[in-house]
Design a protein around this ligand. Structure first.
Ligand SMILES: [Zn+2]
Length: 148
């Protein structure tokens, strides 16, 4: 009986940690100023997904959003592109969405689909269809703290 209570207690604490994550939430921060390289959380996010799904990863690139004028999250080193396709890409997309709000992920894009906290998952109409890579964008807090 005592043992059972301890198991319940630990399970509750573990679930709380899973829900709370790093406290960064999944609120959206637009990019507005290029940095000079990848953010530490983005590096850790890249290795977290590479370890589980494989694929080449890219982070830093000082450029506008493809087909648009806004600065890309890649210019602030806050987005990771993981070169995966098909089911593997979709699994990585679902995985990123499932941990997003606990860990400071603000957007996930793959195969003409985009997820954000505000919009949920819906059609992505950007000029790059993201059929050969999963794009995972971190908010500023996540860019510092993901995986820390
Ligand atoms: Zn990208």
């Amino acid at each position: 009986m005592k043992h059972g209570l301890f198991v319940l207690l630990f399970a509750a604490i573990f679930m709380l940690m899973e829900v709370e994550g790093n406290g960064c939430g999944c609120g959206y921060n637009y990019a507005n100023k290029a940095t000079d390289g990848p953010a530490p959380g983005a590096r850790r996010l890249a290795s977290y997904f590479k370890k589980r799904y494989g694929g080449r990863t890219e982070i830093y690139n000082n450029r506008p959003v493809r087909g648009g004028k806004n600065l890309s999250l890649h210019a602030e080193g806050r987005a990771v592109d993981i070169y995966l396709a098909g089911n593997n890409g979709r699994r990585a997309f679902d995985h990123a969405v499932s941990i997003a709000c606990a860990h400071g992920i603000q957007e996930v894009i793959f195969n003409r689909r985009i997820w954000t906290a505000n919009g949920g998952e819906h059609h992505y109409s950007g000029s790059n269809p993201h059929t050969d890579h999963v794009h995972i964008g971190l908010n500023r807090c996540g860019a510092r703290n993901f995986g820390a």
